[in-house]
Design a protein around this ligand. Sequence first.
Ligand code: ADP
Ligand code: SF4
Length: 689
Amino acid sequence: MRDPRYDILFEPMAIGPLSAKNRFYQVPHCNGGGYRDPSAAAAMRGIKAEGGWGVIFTEQTEMHHTSEITPFIELRLWDDKDIPALRKMSEAMKTHGALAGIQLAYSGINGPNLYTKEVPLAPTALPIRTFTNDPVQARAMDKTDIRDLRRWFVNAAKRSKVAGFDLICLYGAHGFGIFQHFLSRATNQRGDEYGGSLENRSRFAREVIADMRDAVGDTMALTLRVSLDESIGDLGFSNAEVRDFIEMNRDLPDLWDLAQGTWEDCSGPSRFKEEAAQEALVRGIRALTDKPVVGVGRFTSPDVMVRMVKSGALDFIGCARPSIADPFLPKKVEEGRIEDIRECIGCNICITGDMTMSISRCTQNPTFMEEWRKGWHPERMNAKGDSSSVLIVGAGPAGLEAARALSLRGYDVALAEAREVIGGRVARERLLPGLSAWGRVVDYRQYQLSQRPNVETYIGSELDADQILDFGFQNVCIATGSHWRADGVSRQHVVPMPMDPAMPVLTPDDIMAGRLPSGRVVVYDDDHYYMGGVIAELLAQKGCEVTLVTPAPYVSDWARNTLEQHAIHVRLAGAGVKIVLNRGVAAIRADGVETNCTYTDAREVTSCDAVVVVASRRSEDALYHALMARQADWADAGIRSVKLIGDAAAPGPIAWATYAGHRYARDLDGPDIGDALPFRREVADLAAD
Ligand code: ADP
Ligand code: SF4
């Protein structure tokens, strides 16, 4: 079944004393669940095992209580009490012959220790480097501390073995692990034998790996995850120095795990990074070592993967996000089902689960982190219930996902879309600068629907309540989406803002429909995710003189959670957009906008020729309410249920819509659970005293 050109991806590969069954390597990735949701995290990893990955890793595991990154939720291995939860995970990973890996992290200069209240330890005394600028500094480690830390790593290695893991990854990438802190001159300014020359700065890594090899190396493999380029200028651990380090220590770990500089670089969204974006940084490193090399690059194409192996850049194909969007990626390649791969769109919504300490979602894979909580499998749906037909109105991400998932359950599905194209908001947004990869949300589902005999799609079909009552479908799902409000209602204004009708005011819908302003344009962003920044970028490209005004302290403030806020600011500044932070728009006048300071309310007038208001969205729920008003007619029409989902219920990011569509499909004809919680959760046992 498999295309022979992909055979190379399925070759068994040695890692130290072990052998991986193929080259598909799920590198460590966070999931927002971690120690709070151990069974949910374990089940998620188990699904990857079923999906055919050869190596599966945990997220970062805090290996000692003197270094932790509260409020972020990862895993912990502080003492033996943590072993059972980790064992549950390693067992899930190993169910289909994958190697189970644990990533051990000592966060050093990144660990504020807000929970344990310990004094942070780092190679050099500096303020803690976190997303939140915590007012905490680290103490410089003395020789006793270094000896202690070496012992703690050995203790953690032994516990990892007891917990059933095969591989240990030592975290020294993304600026987050102590190994990088020792390696980089930015964070290691020591004058002793652990600082100064590269030889000295790599001493700590050599010592820890030697200690761990003595302790567990006969049965476990040790990998070292390092940054390919710290990208902070001359002081940082540059790509050239990484190459020197690897050449100098060629056979130090059993495998080199190469990740780009910061997490923002390494997990760059598709708006800013292409697939295989790290190729130039990786190329040639393979020749400097006898050990295998893994690298990442949001790989979703098996052809690119083969190229990475055949060109000698990588031995293993490292994937985090592609394995989240499609845990069955390896299996689909193996079974010759390339077109069934649910490709990651590079939106980084998964990362927001970690950044917001909630639990992760995936735009493409709504079952992510619901494998245990809700029993959702990414490839298998629950059995059909006792009704048989569903009409879905609206073919945006919610309607498309509902149609796909319902068809797998065996329902006869009709999908009606008012426009001449399917995809809803995604059909329009994919045309905006940098967002073309988001179109995969539609492309994947469109292909899947084309393969299903029990789905009919009707484009150019704007339905009203009369038509729906005439059709006689048993279930009606209203997924009619939303539109951007032009009246400015969002956070600053909870009622419509004052506007002079002489000023042209546009919304993102206008812009996406091709109604573009010209001249001096103010983009007022009180939405705070990507749309305001994208519109500013587009208008600057089209030759407008753009001023972006936002009440937030950052452009595209929420995009800090998708790790792209920095890149957005850089891009807009580069495009000549004037960025005005901490100011709202109090009123739109005939000659411009009256801005007000978020703190003092001090006013200023900015002259302009047009304003684009990126505020909030209004649900398109009129059809739903019309049907609800006709409930007395449902029985005659054969209608058993009418439900409102997605943006039509409450506008949100695309991931919220695919989740809503999937949930609708799962729950249809389900039992009435009354007031019960609709998901499982784990509650820690109360201590006896
Ligand atoms: P969501 O994100 O919830 O999927 P979208 O706005 O992306 O919402 O998609 C909603 C889709 O529903 C749009 O493509 C819109 O054209 C379509 N739609 C809205 N009203 C109707 C209707 N009455 N009949 C058919 N399609 C509709
Ligand atoms: Fe990819 Fe977005 Fe899913 Fe993350 S949330 S895995 S970036 S599709």
